[in-house]
Design a protein. Structure first.
Ligand code: DOR
Ligand code: ZN
Length: 343
């Protein structure tokens, strides 16, 4: 197959950042995707509907001319998020989820949740109003091994939330383990998951091949090959619980190549092209459209996109760096080749 054409996809998890930085990356996402769920971990985080409205306007203003792209906003959940804020979010029509970051789990998550009990009011209202909860599923306890944090989160936190709020719609974001695949697969229909393209293409060896590779460091961290295989199987299964969420997360080159480098991999410059590679490698190109363009919209109860995109089998070289605000970033595959190109 030399070309594939399918319904324009959506990205159900992306970090666009803000200001100058956003202006230099938003076009990468908007060129490929019709809509995207925008992560709220700015500094300060997007904790209110009012802040989400202002952020949404900044995103729209940063789009290249004549670009049609719909940012689907989210709120950052804290112990102070009350039920009234959930009501406002629901009424806004532009907030589509509330993001749960365990405090300190990842980039700009310090004001995340420290005590689940403090969130019960908000979660109760979310269940009532059918507002999805998007979870960063990792515990942060220093005694838990880095590679076990997702598995332990399922046991200690996620199971608690689902028991208390059995009808709450939950997206288990960027799952990385066989345990998460099994959990989501056997859970009721109100529990779904996003899968990133880097977790489909890479296992944890990628962080250490030929030396320490900070540009392959993200959270949740890359896992063993057996987990990557489980993710590939889930993504290509046709199961509507699994859908595309790139988790493209730009950081400056200097912030990544530092004594203590930031977590996050930039994939927006080639997101759908790289997913196409992953599905092709798995012999499942016929499953790509549903994963990328149907399942997420169905879960979020949004209409299907009507226009199409075409990808050609054509190799192109990814630049070594891309502009990122006043600085630069190193994208996934920097200086290397991608086998599919957006037409
Ligand atoms: O690798 C990551 N980067 N994981 C996250 O959860 C956050 C993200 C970021 O904002 O940089
Ligand atoms: Zn993320």
């Amino acid at each position: 197959m030399q070309r594939i054409t399918f319904t324009r996809p959506d990205d159900w998890h992306v970090h666009l950042r803000d200001g100058d930085e956003m202006r230099t990356v938003v076009a990468d996402t908007a060129r490929r995707f019709a809509r995207a769920i925008i992560m709220p971990n700015l500094t300060p985080p997007v904790t209110t509907t009012k802040m989400a409205m202002a952020y949404r306007s900044r995103i729209l203003a940063a789009l290249p001319k004549r670009t049609k792209f719909e940012p689907l906003m989210t709120l950052f959940l804290t112990g102070k998020t009350g039920p009234q804020e959930i009501v406002k979010a629901k009424q806004s029509g532009f907030v589509h989820g509330v993001k749960y970051y365990p405090a300190g789990a990842t980039t700009h998550s310090d004001s995340g949740v420290t005590d689940l009990n403090k969130c019960f009011g908000a979660l109760e209202e979310m269940q009532k109003l059918d507002m999805p909860l998007l979870v960063h599923g990792e515990v942060t306890n220093p005694d838990v091994d880095m590679f076990d944090r997702e598995k332990v989160f399922i046991e200690r936190v996620l199971s608690q939330i689902t028991q208390r709020y059995p009808r709450l719609r939950i997206v288990f974001e960027h799952i990385t383990t066989r345990e998460a695949v099994e959990y989501v697969t056997s859970a009721p229909d109100n529990i779904a998951a996003t899968i990133t393209v880097h977790h489909l293409l890479l296992n944890r060896n990628a962080m250490f091949s030929g030396g320490l590779c900070p540009h392959h460091y993200c959270l949740p961290v890359l896992k063993r090959e057996l987990h990557r295989q489980a993710l590939i199987k889930a993504a290509t299964s046709g199961n509507p619980k699994f859908f595309l969420g790139s988790d493209s997360a730009p950081h400056t080159k200097n912030a990544k190549q530092a004594g203590c480098g930031c977590a996050g991999i930039y994939t927006a410059h080639a997101a759908i092209e790289l997913y196409t590679e992953a599905f092709e490698q798995a012999g499942a190109l016929d499953k790509l459209e549903a994963f990328a363009s149907f399942h997420g919209g169905n879960f979020y109860r949004l209409p299907r996109n009507t226009d199409k995109i075409t990808l050609a089998r054509r190799s192109w070289k990814v630049p070594r760096t891309l502009r990122f605000g006043k600085e630069s970033l190193v994208p996934l595959r920097a200086g290397e080749v991608v086998g599919w190109q957006l037409v």
